[in-house]
Design a protein around this ligand. Structure first.
Ligand code: COA
Length: 258
């Protein structure tokens, strides 16, 4: 099914590789084939070994990564002098148990139209160049053209840098649940019709700021119809701002029950 959707994306794939310069470094963004699997695994290991908090990033094994490479346009890389500096992975979970739409009580029909922005990682030498936002925006464009209506991803409340980047790509926090080894994860949601920009322009009703590590109070707010939409500060002092969700008429994800 995915391959059929992807046929309509050829024009976009043709606009790659895309060259750009960040802080004097020449970089190239391009879709990666399975021949890049070992480079990706090496970068993933390096990223894991330099994490300040082990629970903020869950690595994938090579078999899992290899399966992802079987779907075209699923792995996007940024290369510097032909070396992998960053990557982004998208995945189509289908009706699998791990479909993040289940955390949002999506209907079966909607679960089929949902894709995951599965993982993004940047080599420590290339951080601060905005590559996560750049990769997320490019992969969101792939999904937008593929007919997948709902996009979800997870972020640790201990990872305000990533949270900030994804919220500024238009995602909103719609759940906060224990995942993987029981690690807390925000479940971020974006509808394909929402713009890839910060959500801050929307009217703000009943805004509340909370420390990202205040799990219970955030869950309480989410249950009462609030969504997280921007973050301020860094480290343990990071605060996430919640606002009342839009009325169904203003919100194209109105079929989601929270
Ligand atoms: C999260 C991540 C992808 C962001 O990388 P990035 O796109 O380079 O981040 P940005 O360009 O937005 O950087 C924003 C700022 O945060 C800083 N920063 C980025 N990552 C940081 C980190 N892990 N710790 C502390 N500061 C960090 C940058 O230096 C930059 O500061 P500056 O604006 O003063 O230069 C990267 O930190 C990473 O790979 N982390 C490990 C894996 C991970 O967490 N992936 C996301 C899982 S949801």
């Amino acid at each position: 099914m995915v391959r059929e959707h992807l046929t309509g994306q050829r024009d976009m794939a043709d606009s790659y590789p895309r060259s750009f310069v960040r802080r004097g470094k020449s970089l190239e963004m391009r879709f990666l084939a399975e021949s890049s699997l070992s480079d990706l695994a090496v970068l993933q290991s390096l990223v894991v070994s330099t994490l300040h908090e082990i629970e903020i990033f869950m690595p994938h094994d090579e078999e899992y990564l290899s399966r992802i490479f079987q779907t075209e346009l699923s792995v996007l890389g940024v290369l510097a002098e032909e070396k992998l500096a960053a990557y982004s992975i998208i995945r189509y979970p289908g009706m699998g148990k791990d479909n993040l739409g289940r955390d949002l009580n999506l209907s079966d029909e909607d679960l089929k139209k949902l894709a995951h922005l599965q993982a993004i990682a940047v080599h420590p030498h290339f951080r601060g160049f905005g590559l996560q936002r750049e990769l997320a925006a490019a992969h969101l464009q792939v999904l937008e053209r593929s007919g997948y209506e709902h996009i979800c991803c997870t972020v640790s409340p201990k990872n305000p840098v990533s949270l900030n980047n994804l919220l500024s790509c238009g995602f909103r926090v719609r759940a906060l649940n224990p995942k993987f080894a029981g690690w807390w994860r925000y479940i971020l949601y974006k509808n394909k019709n929402w713009p890839v920009t910060g959500a801050a322009q929307a009217p703000i009703r009943d805004e509340t700021a909370l420390n990202c590590l205040n799990i219970e109070h955030q869950r309480w707010l989410i249950q009462r119809g609030f969504e997280g939409y921007r973050v301020e500060g860094n480290g343990e002092k990071s605060e996430i701002f919640y606002r009342k969700r839009s009325t169904p008429a203003m919100d194209s994800s109105s079929r989601i029950i929270s």
